[in-house]
Design a protein around this ligand. Structure first.
Ligand code: SF4
Length: 716
């Protein structure tokens, strides 16, 4: 990786200068490191393969580097971690392969390169979990020659060698086992391959530089995924095609969230149990509290501190409320806990039988299902009910694009990694021009897309005229293109900004070309929850009020639920009730989608991780794919007045998205030609029309491309 390929991207020049002046940086010259070094835009003191960099930081020749997880753990006393960034993957990573001439479980001897530390231990943990222990040898010849020279052999390749091996003709006949995929299926957790470590004395000498480094990485990596030039530059430098580079980056996660920390801990514990690690360390983290010199006195969305009390203070500053974390809702919590106790007393079979008989279930029934571990039984009923509601042999999807017209926002939601404070252009803030947006629409149409989900932050500079002009300009260029635009909080923001009623805002925007209103910003429709996670955002009644107004005007809308943060299980059931009650009134929700909170890089994620959220002792465990499928199935069963349930592959990945088709979903949602919000939190799954057609077909259904109003566009 030559320094010429690294151009400063997001982040402030002051941070960059501080880091450059105070810290000696090490760099692993692998493609997976590129987004982070692009984000920094700083030339390193040392570069090389992982073992070189591990050695350099342990010897004190450099101050900071992204280093292998196991080597960090072996020297944790001397090292402090950056709290926001790592290199991980939840499932297949595409650059760590055991390539064998027999199935994975039949290998007796494995050859490894000297470059790797974490992956050799990972391989041995995975083999021991399956009850076998291949003998380790050092790879000296070509992998294909080693594999051809004997039976029951494997070669372990990592990094760019592994990427190259995937396409090498001489290796095509061998079995490729992706260790990331194996790890996920064994543990259900992401695998953290590398962590950012700073030498302890460097943190003590230059704490602000260490914090600035974390900020630069968070801000820059979020920008990388949206910068096509950067991906192409990376591809060119590593001599692979841009599509493969993009697919590779999409598999990698750089946010160091709750699940990544759990994955790292599981890996280190297993390494310790198997004798690869003497002690499981208690990591310490660089304190990256509010950046100095922020004229608004508010920390950036990525700012975190390391102990619960500082975290709480930082969080309160971030969300702009002194009361957001107060435990003042004892009565409501008691009510919720009573509901949960009632739910536990319900007979799940009875609830399922009633639902199958066409009887409406209530919130306590829904809770009984949400508390149950009988995923398959509940899924079967959800699937049976879905077959009654929508064409049994068809699964629909849409080709459209998320256009996030601005990320400037004054609402400071604690769960949001996407926004930038108004004016923070240096930190990656943007407002797209009408020309840029129309160009994105044109590209979408060219790719067979029919619509855009147009959403953005609450930008104080934008009044209703800006939106009207934009919508008119889009419609003038593309009259039949569907604008699924804004969300109840954005409508409320425009109404306040332009001093108009919600009804007037909706009527004027509809006349300008807005076709339907998405259910964004609903999160969990319970005010206690909203006060914690987004105290400045639309309250429950206002959100529902905007929807009621839109639906009475005949506008099509959708509903959603984003859960798995600070809400009790009972509050998920209360959210479903709020949606069903409004749907009873007007039948205006076209579909329902649920997805899990993506904590990567968010203040709320850090708060939860530190156990510092209000009433955290009562919260259900962090959602897993099991929770996701169960919750979707319960949504299908409870929302008996709604036809379409969409799976959320964008947050769960394509495999879970496909499985969700048997848990109540009749729709795979959008192929998402562009997505910025979830990817800002480190979750970056991608798909094409071909992927959808394949996934839906492989599940035994006919793939049908639809438009936003669920009308057929193409049947495959
Ligand atoms: S979720 Fe929306 S309203 Fe909240 S901070 Fe992010 S962009 Fe702003």
């Amino acid at each position: 990786m030559s320094d010429a390929t690294l151009v400063p991207s997001a982040g402030s020049d002051a941070d960059r200068e501080l880091v450059q002046r105070e810290l000696r940086l090490g760099r692993i010259d692998f493609l997976n490191m590129y987004p982070m070094h692009w984000a920094l835009g700083i030339g390193p003191t040392a570069s090389g393969v992982p073992t070189d960099i591990n050695r350099a930081i342990i010897a004190g020749d450099i101050d900071v580097a992204c280093m292998s997880s196991i080597e960090y753990a072996r020297h944790a006393d001397e090292l402090v971690l950056l709290p926001s960034m790592c290199v991980s993957a939840e499932g297949a990573v595409g650059s760590i392969f055991a390539i064998s001439n027999v199935p994975f479980e039949d290998v007796t001897d494995v050859w490894v390169t000297p470059q790797t530390a974490t992956s050799v231990v990972l391989y041995q943990l995975l083999t021991r979990l399956r009850g076998f222990r291949p003998e380790i040898h050092l790879l000296e010849g070509a992998p294909a020659d080693v594999l051809a020279a004997g039976e029951r052999r494997a070669v372990l390749l990592i990094g760019d060698d592994a990427l190259a091996a995937r396409g090498a003709a001489q290796l095509a006949k061998f079995v490729f086992t992706d260790l990331g995929e194996r790890w996920l299926s064994e543990t259900g957790l992401p695998m953290v391959y590398a962590v950012w470590a700073v030498r302890r004395e460097a943190v003590e000498r230059a704490p602000e530089a260490a914090a600035a480094l974390d900020r630069l990485l968070v801000e820059g990596v979020a920008t990388f995924g949206r910068t096509e030039d950067a991906v192409e530059q990376a591809a060119q430098h590593f001599s692979i095609d841009a599509h493969s580079a993009r697919a590779y980056f999409d598999r990698l996660h750089y946010g160091f969230g709750r699940d990544e920390r759990k994955g790292l801990l599981r890996y280190l514990r297993m390494a310790n149990e198997q004798g690869f690690l003497g002690v499981v360390p208690q990591p310490t983290y660089v304190d990256v509290d509010a950046p100095a010199g922020d004229e608004l006195g508010a920390p950036s969305p990525s700012a975190v501190a390391s102990d619960p009390e500082s975290l709480r203070r930082t969080y309160l500053k971030t969300v702009g409320s002194k009361r957001a974390l107060d435990e003042v809702d004892d009565e409501h919590i008691e009510l919720c806990l009573d509901l949960e106790a009632d739910g536990r007393a319900r007979d799940v079979d009875d609830v399922l039988h009633r639902a199958l008989d066409g009887q409406r279930i209530d919130e306590v029934d829904a809770l009984a299902l949400l508390q149950s571990s009988r995923l398959m039984d509940i899924g079967q009923v959800a699937h049976a009910l879905r077959l009654q509601k929508t064409p049994a042999d068809e699964i629909t999807f849409i080709v459209d694009r998320n256009i996030n017209y601005t990320n400037y926002c004054s609402t400071d939601c604690g769960f949001c990694a996407f926004y930038r404070r108004p004016g923070d252009e240096a930190g990656g803030g943007y407002l797209h021009s009408a020309e840029t947006i129309i160009e994105k629409v044109r590209e979408t149409v060219e790719l067979g897309g029919t619509a855009a989900l147009l959403q953005g932050g609450h930008n104080p500079d934008l009044d209703i005229e800006w939106y009207e002009e934009l919508f008119r300009a889009i419609k003038a260029a593309h009259p039949t293109f569907h604008l699924h635009a804004l969300s109840p909080p954005e409508i409320q923001h425009i109404s306040k900004r332009s001093k108009l009623s919600v009804g007037d805002v909706l009527a004027r925007l509809r006349d300008a070309g807005m076709d339907s209103l998405p259910g964004g910003g609903g999160e969990v429709l319970v005010d206690r929850v909203r006060r914690v996670m987004a105290p400045k955002k639309t309250r429950t009644d206002d959100w529902l009020g905007v929807m009621r107004t839109a639906q009475r005007m005949g506008m099509s809308t959708t509903a959603s639920m984003m859960y798995g943060h600070v809400e009790l299980l009972a509050e998920r059931a209360l959210h479903l009730k709020a949606v069903r009650d409004v749907q009873d009134e007007s039948k205006g929700f076209r579909s329902f989608t649920s997805w899990t909170f993506q904590p990567g890089g968010t203040p709320l994620g850090k708060l939860l991780e530190a156990g510092a959220a209000p009433y955290q002792r009562h919260l259900p465990p962090t959602p897993t794919p099991f929770t996701y499928l169960l919750t979707q199935a319960v949504g299908r069963i409870y929302l008996d007045n709604l036809d379409n349930v969409q799976s959320s592959w964008v947050t769960q990945g394509l495999k879970v998205g496909q499985a969700a088709l048997f848990f109540g979903a009749n729709d795979m949602g959008s192929i998402m030609i562009e997505e910025n919000v979830v990817s800002s939190a480190g979750t970056t799954f991608r798909a094409t029309t071909e992927d959808f057609v394949h996934l839906i077909g492989a599940a035994g259904f006919t793939p049908v491309q639809r438009d936003t109003l669920y009308r057929t566009v193409t049947t495959y």
